[in-house]
Design a protein around this ligand. Structure first.
Ligand SMILES: Nc1ncnc2c1ncn2[C@@H]1O[C@H](COP(=O)(O)OP(=O)(O)OP(=O)(O)O)[C@@H](O)[C@H]1O
Length: 306
């Protein structure tokens, strides 16, 4: 069942008197209960801005976010990247968990919430500094679950944690998704965990969703040259291409491209057509590109025209 429908969502930031940055550009998708949808793309592509608009922390410039239910503040919860910044050092874990129960008038106790995330009930009396990063992230997840939300937004929930415990936390979110029938948006740089935990993957490039579809299809048979670049070089898309890594500023704002495909100045298959309107092809697996994957295979076989 659809929990949240996002239509034509855009966000333009005003950088200074003259400059504007279109961080999110006409994005539409659905989040369904009991399913994880991954949002992947390099740094600065707009992933967090989408999550923050869905959490109502950032006001959209245009577009619509429709929720099946009516109590938005209760039904949409977010887990942030930094488990050290998200808990107040002055308050106990119990306080952090009881607050949302009180605010949203949901039944339950801090101890029950701790159990749901596999932490001992005695942690309710502890302070954040007494916990490890992984334990804090479990607390942050428990706090997000306290109001019994329908939608959980997880923005890079494990990227600041020790590699050895990342899977535990992702498995926990996955189990809770099934138990609570949550619609999960998993924002990540990491294609491998996106493929493993998500049913669908959406690939963002400079504010636009350039490809989306069932996780295996997107990763194993990427349709967009950008997805292919990400998939070949995962987890860091530039790790294997260090010499070609574009400077951060260029990646973020880039040279101005009026319309057309925003990837065309980096794309090995770019043609004049890429400056025009870009069609979307596919049904379940959608790709925003003038060339189909089969055309590119033929170009590679027969030699790319110079
Ligand atoms: N409040 C803001 N004011 C101005 N620009 C912003 C603001 N928030 C984000 N941006 C810009 O919007 C673009 C998208 O940022 P966003 O954080 O959504 O990307 P991201 O894909 O989540 O990146 P990361 O993985 O590094 O978090 C970036 O160029 C960023 O600098």
């Amino acid at each position: 069942m659809t929990s949240m429908t996002v239509s034509h969502l855009s966000k333009t930031f005003k950088l200074n008197r003259k400059e504007r940055l279109r961080a999110v550009d006409d994005v539409s998708f659905e989040l369904r209960s009991g399913e994880t949808t991954a949002l992947v793309g390099e740094s600065g592509s707009g992933k967090s801005t989408i999550a923050r608009m869905l959490a109502r922390l950032v006001t959209p410039t245009s577009g619509e976010i429709l929720l099946e239910t009516s109590n938005y503040r209760k039904d949409v919860q977010m887990v942030f990247q930094d488990p050290f910044a998200s808990l107040n050092p002055a308050h106990t874990i119990g306080y952090h968990l009881r607050r949302p129960l009180e605010i949203h008038k949901t039944p339950g106790t801090a101890e029950e919430l701790l159990e749901r995330v596999n932490l001992p009930a005695a942690f309710a009396g502890r302070y954040p500094h007494e916990l490890s990063g992984g334990q804090r992230q479990r607390v942050a997840i428990a706090r997000a679950l306290a109001p019994r939300p329908k939608v959980l937004l997880a923005d890079e929930p494990v990227s600041m944690l020790d590699v050895s415990i990342r899977l535990e936390i992702l498995n926990l979110i996955d189990r809770l998704k099934s138990e609570e029938d949550l619609a999960v948006l998993y924002v990540t740089h990491d294609l491998a965990t996106a493929r493993h935990f998500a049913r669908d993957i959406m690939v963002m490039y400079r504010g636009q969703i350039v490809e989306r579809g069932p996780a295996d299809d997107v990763i194993l048979t990427p349709g967009h040259p950008y997805t292919r670049l990400l998939a070949e070089a995962a987890p860091d898309p530039w790790a294997a291409h260090e010499g070609e890594r574009p400077p951060r500023q260029e990646r973020r704002n880039g040279p101005p491209l009026a319309g057309g495909c925003l990837f065309r100045n980096r794309c090995p298959y770019a043609t004049d057509a890429c400056a025009g309107d870009i069609p979307v092809y596919g049904e379940k697996h959608l790709v925003r590109c003038v060339l189909r994957a089969s055309d590119r295979t033929a170009m590679e076989r027969d030699g790319t025209p110079s």
